[in-house]
Design a protein around this ligand. Sequence first.
Ligand code: NAP
Length: 314
Amino acid sequence: MNEAAPAKENILAGIEMGVGVWAWGERLIWGYGRDYSLGDLRGAFESSIAAGIRLFDTAEIYGQGQSEQILGQFLKQAQEPVLVATKFMPFPWRLSRQSLMGALKSSLKRLGLEQVDLYQIHQPLPPVNIETWMEGLTEAVNAGLTRAVGVSNYDRRQMQRASDRLQREGVHLASNQVEYHLLNRKVEKNGLLRQCQEQETALIAYSPLAMGVLTGKYSPENLPQGVRSGRFGRKYLEKVQPLLTLLKRIGAEHGSKTPSQVALNWVMCKGALPIPGAKTLLQAEQNAGASGWRLSDEAVMQLDEMSDRVCSDL
Ligand SMILES: NC(=O)c1ccc[n+]([C@@H]2O[C@H](COP(=O)([O-])OP(=O)(O)OC[C@H]3O[C@@H](n4cnc5c(N)ncnc54)[C@H](OP(=O)(O)O)[C@@H]3O)[C@@H](O)[C@H]2O)c1
């Protein structure tokens, strides 16, 4: 009888956190070129690497390719090994798995790489079914264009279908990237986080700072501008203040950690991998300080209770 081949280790195993680079080159949504510059982004990249953060998450659609291009530019000068994750958007006009290979090759060109570390399907969008995209991902692995594959915004059922299809080809589903933070704990409540842990698929937590709200810098008197103003208005920021106060208190009790560091560490304590966005050296440096230590069980419990209370009123 043949012995089962030992499972290949998930390339994300042991990685505590990464950096999300959606804002890199993204003018319309995040204000690139107005509020922060290429020099700021270089600072964010270099300080992350210096702090031992090696995973960078981008997508072909971020800044219409600018994000991949800027990351690629920085990668050329990187002295340390870096893990690059990017994403394929299954636009409704992309109807075959050949379109995935074409998009991946374009991403590689922008990144200046021959292979990415993780290639993800950005959304479970119709009309093409999940199985077809999984066949495309398998082809990308076999062609050596990506080391591992993942999905994003997939619910439990969709993730199972993806995983089953990949498994048939001997490919492991490395990750599912979904929104997860103290102000959105859907993945905890609906069992997705548990399912990820059971099948050794990393849950990559996106917007882990609730797009900046959990840093504590926004308040009813200092509202975020641009597209965020619709989602995080005055009422919202009034309601989340008790949670922000608790983040500050817990940070002080854990050796002068900032609210952002506590919020990111909470995600890690739950067994997920946060990828906070950073636009500047200071933001990246501060976020990197969220790794390498752990909140007490008591603190995690207090944050759980407070977030439940606050979220029930949002
Ligand atoms: N798969 C998907 O569908 C999907 C969706 C969304 C995001 N993502 C991924 O997740 C990554 C992170 O999510 P996100 O960018 O939406 O939100 P986030 O990480 O929750 O927040 C990032 C924003 O918060 C502010 N910030 C970050 N660190 C800070 C610090 N230490 N001090 C003060 N302000 C700080 C910055 O904006 P300001 O300075 O302007 O406040 C930054 O752009 C993205 O880059 C992307 O890679 C994926």
